[in-house]
Design a protein around this ligand. Structure first.
Ligand code: PHE
Length: 346
């Protein structure tokens, strides 16, 4: 029987080498290890043997069966590759040098500009934090000095969930958690954090209002942070982003969480200041509300307002992208219109 196994192994090897197509491989498989196959019948013959002979032959026949199975699996792959290549050769039109027509992905313009600003601020020692989109009413309003009866809430109507939480109306909703996370800064090491995020408000949609938009907020807290620090950082930011001298103006602005508060406007880069639908025909775009963090807000965040001061700014990222890429209608951003969105590349 052992001789027979050696012969079978040799025979299988020869036949396998001659195999060209899938069907031939299958018929070899059946002939050798199928139910009535040559190796299978050797297995059945084992019962006629006895003692050591049975043991040794049993071992050998199982090894052979296993080897054959493995060889067949390996050959299946070889044949599949061969078939694939043959298929390609058959279709003469196949030209590997033609560029792909598949839909290559591209970054969303908001993502591009967000990364750009993050990079600018990272070089100035800022950490980037991720704020939650679903927030508690406390974080979104109370913690930033907007109590429930405050009229500022009216301008920030939003979407409330059944559990009482809401879709955040501004990135400032993360201020409190960030202050608590990092605590009071060490001397000479002001806390510098950037927190971009998607915000939601109940808006009447038009060319410059969307119910879903992006902001990018920044905060710096230390022992002697002043308005001049704020102005410096805003100037660096805008000149880097627009790579040109943009005109800016500062107006007093009211936000319950800053004191004093400002509106930083830039001249409308779409119409050059003549007036268009994006700038509501004023020639200016409100781009960057900012100010010195209100003592109440610091206190609620666990930071002593008698010792520390800080500035905060809330950049309208969507609006900035409109300016930078000269996009006239804010609704484009969430439209999913690939033809338009794919035009923006880094
Ligand atoms: N959170 C404010 C808003 O969305 C913007 C802001 C941020 C203003 C930080 C001042 C300082 O309207």
């Amino acid at each position: 029987m052992l001789d027979n196994l050696v012969k079978l192994r040799e025979q299988f090897k020869q036949e396998l080498e001659a195999v060209e197509i899938r069907e031939e491989l299958e018929s070899i498989r059946i002939r050798f290890i199928g139910k009535k196959g040559l190796v299978t019948s050797e297995l059945k013959n084992l019962k006629n043997l006895s003692g050591d002979m049975k043991k040794q032959a049993g071992k050998e026949v199982n090894i052979l069966k296993n080897d054959i199975e493995q060889s067949i699996i390996a050959y299946q792959k070889i044949i599949a590759d061969k078939e694939y290549l043959a298929e390609i050769e058959k279709s003469e039109k196949y030209d590997f040098t033609i560029p792909s027509r598949s839909n290559m992905g591209s970054l969303h313009p908001i993502t591009i500009i967000q990364k750009e600003i993050e990079d600018i601020f990272k070089t100035m020692g800022f950490i980037v934090e991720d704020g939650l989109e679903v927030q508690t009413e406390y974080n979104n309003f109370e913690a930033v000095n907007i109590p429930s009866d405050h009229p500022a809430r009216e301008m920030q109507d939003t979407y409330y969930l059944d559990n009482g939480q809401l879709l955040k109306t501004h990135t400032s909703a993360a201020q409190n958690a960030i202050m608590k996370k990092y605590g009071a800064p060490e001397p000479g090491k002001p806390l510098r954090v950037l927190f971009p995020g998607r915000c939601f408000r109940n808006e009447n949609l038009d060319a410059s209002h969307e119910n879903t938009f992006f902001q990018l907020e920044g905060m710096m807290i230390g022992e002697d942070i002043s308005i001049s620090n704020l102005i410096y950082f805003m100037k660096v930011l805008l000149s880097e982003v627009f790579k040109t001298d943009v005109k800016v103006r500062l107006r007093p602005g009211f936000f319950p969480f800053v004191e004093p508060g400002f509106e930083l406007d830039i001249n409308c880069l779409i119409c050059g200041g003549d007036g268009c639908s994006t700038c509501k025909h004023t020639g200016w775009l409100e781009l960057l509300p900012c100010g010195m963090i209100h003592p109440n807000v610091l206190e609620l965040g666990g930071i002593n307002p008698d010792k520390y001061t800080g500035f905060a700014f809330g950049l309208g990222l969507t609006r900035l992208a409109m300016m930078k890429y000269e996009i006239k209608d804010i609704r484009l951003f969430n439209s999913g219109n690939l033809k338009q969105l794919k035009q923006f590349t880094i």
